[in-house]
Write a protein that binds this ligand. Structure first.
Ligand code: SIN
Ligand code: FE2
Length: 210
């Protein structure tokens, strides 16, 4: 799979302390078969918040554990609550990509076992939140953007801060950890550049160690 990583795979930029971006590190083209294999077995679905509100982006998971939001709370679950079957295995392509990106940001023992997959229609957004349901906060988050571009917002240590906004394009990978592991972050998809295959849809893979 020589085309899994593109030519600019060596460039890494630290955009804020312990927040990194690898531009054009992969592409939807090179992951499409694996994304489809996962989402055929565990289709995207809209989950509900602990407050009982329907989320406005749809989600699924692959790997040993999947992130689930339900009226009873957030949890990592070994089984897909829709099918009551284990989540699909994490494709090697996802894992290799995440490990390679994490290594570039000097996280040398990252070995993700959970991948949350988000699907955004144009105009949908993810409001400021922290990723804090993982037990080992010394491990980073690796986030892969696919499809339509979107605006990623970094609020830092409080959701009330003014966000640093950064446009993420198909194939861009972000890694954050250490002092930035619990940053508040969010996503807006209303002004994106359409993608040749996904059009005005965006898919994000977030890989974690749980
Ligand atoms: C997330 O914060 O879980 C997803 C980030 C993204 O879609 O870029
Ligand atoms: Fe997040």
């Amino acid at each position: 799979m020589s085309d899994l990583f593109t030519d600019s795979a060596n460039e890494i930029e630290e955009i804020q302390q312990d927040v990194y971006i690898l531009r054009s590190f992969t592409s939807y083209d090179s992951l499409i078969a694996d994304v489809k294999a996962v989402t055929t077995v565990a289709p995207f679905r809209f989950m509900y918040t602990p407050g009982g509100k329907k989320l406005n982006i749809s989600m699924t998971n692959c790997g040993d554990l999947g992130w689930v939001s339900e009226p009873s709370g957030y949890r990592y679950a070994a089984k897909d609550p829709t099918s009551n079957e284990p989540w699909p295995t994490m494709p090697h392509s996802f894992k290799r990509l995440a490990i390679k990106a994490a290594n570039k940001a000097l996280f040398n023992d990252f070995n993700p076992n959970a991948c949350l997959i988000n699907h955004y229609k144009q105009g949908r957004e993810l409001t400021a939140h922290q990723d804090k349901n993982e037990p080992d906060l010394s491990q980073p988050i690796v986030s892969v953007s696919l499809g339509m571009s979107a605006r990623f917002q970094i609020y830092g240590d409080s959701r009330n801060n003014k966000a640093l906004e950064i446009e993420l394009y198909d194939g861009d990978v972000m890694v954050w950890g250490r002092s930035a592991r619990l940053i508040y972050h969010g996503v807006k998809t209303n002004r994106g550049i359409p993608h040749p295959i996904l059009g005005d849809h965006r898919i994000n893979l977030t890989m974690r160690m749980v």
